[in-house]
Design a binder for this molecule. Structure first.
Ligand code: 5AD
Ligand code: SF4
Length: 424
């Protein structure tokens, strides 16, 4: 989401006479696009602001904070951290003016506006060498998972127009991009009404896939309560819609899920997984998991491990619960699992996932995949780096390929994170 927002800010600023530079040392203005999802994300930004303040003292610099931390901490960033411009997620149209005015006095723009979708602004692609791009299809979130700060920092859910999304994807394809990831906090609640018809996410992804069979389409994130059978059928029926579903579990215990306000049970989640696996047999499944949420007992935690073993995730993002101020969980439940215990559970989770990823990759040895070439491998000049439809990284021998080409690769070996193969 932040990559796409940085692109929006990039377009607004370049349209207003600003220029992108490659390094902080050449910059008159440094903008940090920030995330508040966990406390350590905020801590990193605070350290970076300190570093920038050292430069500011030496030679003058305008420091701007964008994104969720701007929305959450507001004027505090000016008063206590030496920031010049604080610009929240719905105020980017005013960013150029704010930077210019900040020369006289610092400024904070943090009013949320549920109408703002940045219609008409095509995000600047900051890495123009890449063949993969992200396209944001909606903003905000109204799910109010009890641990999560996003509904407060990014505001009401709203969908971008079908026309703006399709135009952006067509434009990216014509510039040589070959893979687009459609992004939203919960893409399954995408809805756009143009007066005559309502387009939902299954309709939208079909339209994107139909731009060209050589354009791969991915999407993230799906909320388990909303992922529809129709969407699962659409994924199965289009070759260029990637066979990879990211379905955040968060916890394998129905009790914990209830306190998390996730609105599904362990059994309902497992039913969805069953449906996906039955309809798309070669689909990879990845997830997000939080350990050490308020009141998580050893038995609750064991249930999470159990779901991981049942689903056999190909990949997982795993986090220790970090209490965020003003969320429902912060108001209602005690953050009662010690840091040491959270970390112990996290390590156990990571170890299990490493074994599951390894087992999943071993099952791929001998199979042949269509791999899209992304770049030269960073580790060795005579290898290429790409991904298969399942979103697994594949390293293979250099053939007569350029970025964005599809190579048929037979898998010969693996680690828990990477597949190695040779082209056929
Ligand atoms: N603490 C830890 N992890 C969190 N996430 C969201 N909020 C928190 C929090 N307070 C995780 C969830 C989500 C992912 C993007 O970040 O797993 O799916
Ligand atoms: Fe946060 Fe839940 Fe919305 Fe995801 S769906 S952004 S976890 S509130």
């Amino acid at each position: 989401m932040n990559v796409s927002d940085s692109g929006i800010v990039g377009t607004i600023l370049t349209d207003n006479g600003f220029q992108l530079v490659n390094d902080t040392s050449e910059a008159d203005v440094v903008l940090l696009n920030t995330c508040s999802i966990r406390d350590n994300a905020e801590k990193k930004v605070k350290n970076r602001i300190q570093e920038l303040n050292t430069i500011k003292k030496k030679r003058g610099l305008i420091i701007g904070i964008l994104g969720c931390m701007a929305e959450r901490l507001k004027e505090d960033l000016i008063t206590n951290y030496g920031v010049d411009v604080v610009c929240g997620v719905d105020s980017y149209r005013k960013i150029a003016e704010a930077i210019n005015n900040s020369i006289d006095s610092s400024i904070a723009l943090t009013v949320l506006n549920s109408q703002e979708t940045y219609e008409g602004i095509t995000p600047l692609q900051i890495n123009t060498d890449a063949v993969t791009a992200f396209v944001s299809i909606m903003r905000g979130c109204e799910n109010f998972c009890s641990y999560c700060v996003v509904p407060y920092t990014r505001g009401r859910e709203r969908s971008h127009s079908v026309k703006s999304i399709i135009t952006q994807c067509e434009d990216l394809f014509s510039k040589g991009y070959r893979e687009i990831t459609l992004l939203g906090q919960n893409v399954n609640s995408y809805r756009f009404n143009d007066g005559e018809r309502t387009t939902d996410f299954a309709d939208l992804i079909k339209q994107v896939a139909e731009i060209n069979p050589l354009l791969r389409v991915r999407f993230a994130t799906s909320h388990p309560k909303d992922i529809s059978d129709r969407l699962i059928d659409v994924i199965a029926s289009y070759n260029n819609i990637c066979k990879a579903v990211h379905l955040p579990l968060q916890s394998g215990s129905s009790d914990v899920l209830k306190r998390m306000n996730r609105k599904y049970t362990r059994e309902e989640y497992l039913e969805k997984i069953k449906r996906i696996k039955a309809t798309i047999p070669d689909c990879s499944i990845s997830t997000d998991i939080i350990v050490g949420f308020c009141g998580e007992t050893p038995e609750d935690f064991e249930q999470t491990l159990e779901v991981m073993r049942i689903v056999e995730y190909d990949y997982a993002f795993m986090f220790a619960y970090s209490q965020r101020p003003d969320t429902l969980a912060a108001k209602k439940y005690a953050d009662d699992i010690s840091l040491q215990e959270k970390n112990r559970r996290l390590t156990q989770l990571i170890n299990l996932q490493r074994d599951l990823s390894m087992a999943s990759n071993r099952r791929d040895i001998g199979k042949v995949y269509e791999v899209m070439v992304e770049e030269q491998s960073k580790r060795s000049a005579d290898k290429l780096f790409g991904r298969n439809s399942q979103n697994k990284v594949v390293i293979f021998d250099v053939g007569d390929f350029k970025k964005g080409d599809y190579a048929k690769v037979k898998i010969l070996d693996c680690t828990s994170a990477t597949l190695f193969g040779k082209t056929l």
